[in-house]
Design a protein around this ligand. Sequence first.
Ligand SMILES: C[S@@+](CC[C@H](N)C(=O)[O-])C[C@H]1O[C@@H](n2cnc3c(N)ncnc32)[C@H](O)[C@@H]1O
Length: 427
Amino acid sequence: MNSTIEEEQVTMTETNPSADEQPIDGEPAAVRALAEAMLEEMRSLHALRSAPVEAAFKAVPRYRFAPEAPLEEVYSARDAVITKRDEHGVAISSVSAPEIQAFMLEQAAIEPGMRVLEIGSGGFNAALIAELVGPSGHVTTVDIDRDVTSRAGELLEATGYDQVEVVCTDASESLPGDDEWDRIIVTVGAWDLPPAWTERLAPGGRLVVPLRMRGITRSLALEPVDEHFEAVSSEVCGFVQMQGALGHDERLFLLLGKAIGLRFDDENAPADMRSLDGALATDRRVEWTGVTMSAGESFASLELYLAGTLPHFCLLATVPGAAAEAGLTEDDERQFRLAHVDDDAFAYLLSRKRDDGRFEFAAAAFGGGAERAAARMAEQIRSWDALRPDHTAPKITIWPRGATALPEGFVLDKHHRRIVLSWTERT
Ligand SMILES: C[S@@+](CC[C@H](N)C(=O)[O-])C[C@H]1O[C@@H](n2cnc3c(N)ncnc32)[C@H](O)[C@@H]1O
C-alpha cells in the first residue's frame, strides 16, 4: 500500500513478561501488553472507530488463531500472519492484518442478530464477527481450501466459537444454503463480483469486498440502489488473490532481464509490447508537474484517477535496488508503482522533496516517445490536482454487465460487472 508520500513510522512497544505480572483470564501478560499497543495503534490509524468493533478485538484472543507465529508478529497492527504459501512461495492464505480486519468490520456496520457470511477463512475474523452479531446472530465462513477450513474450524472450536459454521467451497460459484445474508464480507482480493454475492444479499444488506481495479485494490462497502450498487465507503488495502472460478491472473511483462516488470490487471495491455524493446537504453525524460503533497498526505485517489484515464495503465514492479541501477530514479527521488505504456515508451510516477518541505510529483519515461509518454501522465496528474481539495475520491458504482445507461465517469469492464469511477458525481 504505497499511497502516502512517507509511510508513517510506528514504534511498537514490546513488553517482556516479568515475574510479578499475572495473566488475565489465562492470557499471558506479554499478550495483554502487545494487544493494548496494537489497539492503540489501530485507533491512531483510524482503523478502529466504534465501541463494538473495539470490544470484539478485546474479547477474541488473536494469538490463539496464529499459534505458529511469534507474538510480536501476531499483534503487529499492520501485518498479516501468512499461514499458507503456494509452490512458488506466494502467500495464498493468512490471518489478515488487524488494521484491515478492523476497518472492514467498521465498513460492514454489523449489528446484533445479523446473519453474516465471511468469504475467506482464518478463524480470527469469524470470531470477531461472532462477537458482533451476538448469540441471536449467525456467522458462516467459507474457504476454497480444505486445509484452511479444517484449521479455522479447529481453532474456532478450541476458543469457544463453535457456533460459527465453517464450509469448504469456491465462493465465486456457490454459497452455502439458500438463505440471504445481511452482510457478506469478502476477505480475499476479488477482480470481479460474481452474481451469487449480490443475489444472496438480504434487502438493506451490505457487501464489503476488496475489489481490484486495474491492479489497485480498494475495500468497498457496497449497497444496492435499484439495479446497481454504490460504494458508501472505500479503504486502501492489499489482499491475497482469489483462487477458483473467479481467479484472474495479471499479465506481467519483464524488462531488463527480470529486474523490472510491468503488470496489467485488465485487458488493457498494448497488443504488441515488443515496441518497448531497448526502451531502457534511451535517455530518461522527466516532466515535473508543480503538483505537490505534504508528507503523510494520501494520494490514493490519484492511483484510481491514473488507472481510469491512462488507457494502458499498469503497475511498475522492480526488484530491490533495480530502480536506481537502471536509472529509473536519481538521488533524492522516490519512484511509485503507477505507470503506463504509450506505444514505444513507458512512464511512471516519481516524487522528490522540495525546499519548502512539500513533495512534488513528476512523470518520468523511457523509450522513443518518452517525452510524449511523460507529458500524458503529467497532464493527468495536473487534471487530478485540479479536482482538489473537494474532488479527490471518486464515487464508485457497480452495474450489471449489460448496462448501457451509465453515469459519467471512467468505465472498467469486468466479466460480470461494469465499474464506474465518477469524479463528477460525488458521495
Ligand atoms: C486473507 S485469507 C482470509 C483471512 C481471514 N478472513 C481472517 O480471519 O483473517 C484469504 C482466504 O481466501 C481463500 N480463498 C481464495 N479464493 C477463494 C474462493 N474462490 N472461495 C473461497 N475462499 C477463497 C483463501 O484460501 C484464503 O484462505
